[in-house]
Design a protein around this ligand. Structure first.
Ligand SMILES: O=C(O)COP(=O)(O)O
Ligand SMILES: [Mg+2]
Length: 226
């Protein structure tokens, strides 16, 4: 391990944790005030990615009822109240994740989370799932002035974790993650079990892993040497 430990940066929704059941439930609770028909899992890939505010706006647009900006806040409040009250609900870490985090920390890697989910939702979710102690930093979509796909979101997360952006790997499920990593000059790994709205082979990640068992110190070392 070099002097400064490399940082492995993880996306949250669809990468670390399968949050779809609770996102869909809280979103449907939110849009029900406008009598809109519920959305399904198959819609989520088109709705998620830029945080709760964007998800609500997109759900209204999907149902043919576009929202004015000023109507969004009470709906966002409703979403947050429902999501917080149920947390962690049915959201669970993906298979093999917990072992992988332990293995990587033992090998000396520094771990961080860079999510477009609001920080005030991401932190308690990660805590309630018992994962928080693994991470040197957890940054949400509203933690800095920029968010994914802006590369500054990833580099600021790495700096907050005490790491070096020149020595990092990003692990994500969607275009925002892979694009932000590429623009930051950071190698990326894509997972296929998340919420990408395009085929993941088209995202241009450096590697794909199908299970967290494949996320080994060796694989990360290979990517860091590139
Ligand atoms: O909640 C979202 O919209 C996106 O969250 P993610 O960046 O962790 O995938
Ligand atoms: Mg994601």
């Amino acid at each position: 391990m070099p002097l400064k430990a490399p940082t492995i940066v993880f996306d949250l929704d669809g990468t670390l944790v399968d949050t779809a059941p609770d996102l869909v439930a809280s979103l449907n609770h939110t849009i029900a005030v406008a009598d809109l028909p519920p959305v399904g899992y198959e819609d989520l890939t088109h709705l998620v990615g830029q945080g709760a505010r964007a998800m609500i706006a997109r759900a209204f647009a999907l149902r043919g009822a576009p929202l004015a900006d000023e109507d969004l806040q009470p709906l966002l409040d409703r979403f947050i109240a429902h999501y917080m009250a149920g947390m962690p609900g049915d959201s669970r870490p993906y298979p093999g994740l917990v072992d992988a985090l332990g293995r990587l920390r033992e090998a000396g890697f520094r771990l961080a989370v860079c999510t477009n989910k609001m920080e005030s939702l991401a932190l308690p979710l990660i805590e309630k799932l018992g994962l928080a102690h693994h991470f040197s930093a957890i940054a949400g979509g509203d933690t800095f002035t920029v968010r994914k796909p802006d590369p500054g979101h990833i580099t600021a997360t790495i700096q907050r974790a005490g790491g070096d952006p020149r020595l990092a790997v990003m692990v994500g499920d969607s275009v925002n993650d892979i694009l932000a990593a590429r623009n930051a000059g950071i190698p990326s790994i894509v997972v296929p079990f998340g919420y990408s709205d395009v085929p993941i082979a088209e995202l241009g990640a450096d590697r794909q892993i199908d299970h967290f068992d494949e996320l080994t110190p060796d694989l990360l070392a290979q990517l860091l040497r590139k």
